[in-house]
Design a protein around this ligand. Structure first.
Ligand SMILES: Cc1cc2nc3c(=O)[nH]c(=O)nc-3n(C[C@H](O)[C@H](O)[C@H](O)COP(=O)(O)O)c2cc1C
Length: 312
């Protein structure tokens, strides 16, 4: 193993996401890594490029009733319904733990109205230990808010503007694949002032118990994630990279370093690991080391020389 593979501060892996400088491009995907505590016994959180926590709303939410998760042949369906502790408890009970680590914390936020997004951004803005916001306008599993904002370019633009008007933190807007033209939504949030976009959230799907003739999920539909969605995510990242000039973060079905490298070649400046954390809690670190290996093997000194190098 080369010496620099062990160094989490190796600058050749450094990427700049809208002013947020990350020591490497590997992040956790919201909702699949809890508030960090859940994984601290498995991996060294200091090695992550950034840690994105479970989506936070103004008030605590209990989420949807069970069953809320269903395994599929190539991934999973979930309808958690954005269960979370609420912003106050997050700041009082969850953030202090994360402050012990040298890892940028990005808080994923979700509201039912534009005003709720604005208030959340305000509540998190001048807090030491919060380094960025990821604005979820893409959850398919809730009745109000979520994907409603992410499928309408005007609403997506309004939410972005509202958040940007009250914060100096880097703002990443997370996009849904459940649209006809994701590049159009990406352009509208760029126009609204987004510093970066992340994509994709889950694809709406369902699963049926043929004996009972009932849906497996109480919510009937859920969000599909995991390897099944990787080709869709990759295609959408590539389309969005060509359409905006802000950084694009790739999410969707990344299970190993080779998957992550595909996203980087397509033009993503960073990647998020989601469902893979449930399969192997060490995936983020394996991906990080695998990317480093790839760069060494291919004689690439700086990861930025790999990003967006797809030959078409
Ligand atoms: C159980 C579960 C909970 C999730 N919760 C959130 C959430 O709170 N906010 C959000 O923006 N995305 C949420 N997501 C979506 C993931 O962050 C990610 O976009 C998606 O799962 C695709 O990536 P993957 O295939 O690597 O899992 C959730 C996904 C799963 C599987």
């Amino acid at each position: 193993m080369k010496e620099n593979m062990k160094d989490p501060y190796n600058t050749k892996l450094q990427v700049d996401i809208g002013g947020l400088v990350l020591k490497n491009p590997v992040m956790t995907a919201s909702g699949t890594f809890g508030y960090g505590e859940e994984y601290a016994n498995f991996i060294d959180l200091n090695r992550l490029g950034a840690l994105i926590v479970k989506g936070i709303s103004l008030e605590r939410r209990v989420g949807n009733p069970p069953h809320r998760i269903m395994e599929t042949p190539c991934g999973m369906l979930n309808a958690i319904g954005l269960e979370n502790v609420g912003v106050r408890s997050f700041l009082d009970e969850k953030l202090p733990f994360l402050k012990n680590f040298d890892v940028p914390v990005i808080v994923n936020i979700f509201g039912e109205t534009v005003e709720e997004y604005r208030k959340l951004a305000q509540a998190l803005s001048d807090v030491r230990g919060v380094d960025g916001l990821e604005v979820n306008i893409s959850c398919p599993n809730v009745l109000k808010g979520g994907v409603e904002f992410g499928t309408d370019p005007d609403m997506a633009n309004k939410v972005t503007r509202a958040v940007k008007s009250v914060t100096d933190l880097p703002v990443i807007v997370k996009l849904t694949p459940n649209v006809t033209d994701i590049a159009e939504i990406a352009r509208s949030v760029e126009e609204g002032g987004a510093d970066a976009v992340s994509l994709i959230n889950t694809l709406k799907g369902m699963s049926i118990d043929i004996e009972g003739r009932v849906p497996h999920l109480k919510n009937i539909t859920g969000g599909l994630s995991g390897p099944a969605i990787k080709p869709v995510a990759l295609r959408m990242v590539w389309e969005v990279v060509k359409s905006v000039s802000i950084p694009v973060i790739g999410v969707g079905g990344i299970m190993d370093a080779a998957d992550a490298v595909e996203f980087l070649i397509a033009g993503a400046k960073a990647v998020q690991i989601g469902t893979a954390n449930f399969v192997n809690p060490h995936t983020t670190i394996d991906v990080l080391e695998g990317i480093d290996n790839y760069l060494i093997e291919h004689g690439i000194d700086d990861i930025n020389d790999l990003i967006g190098t797809l030959k078409v």
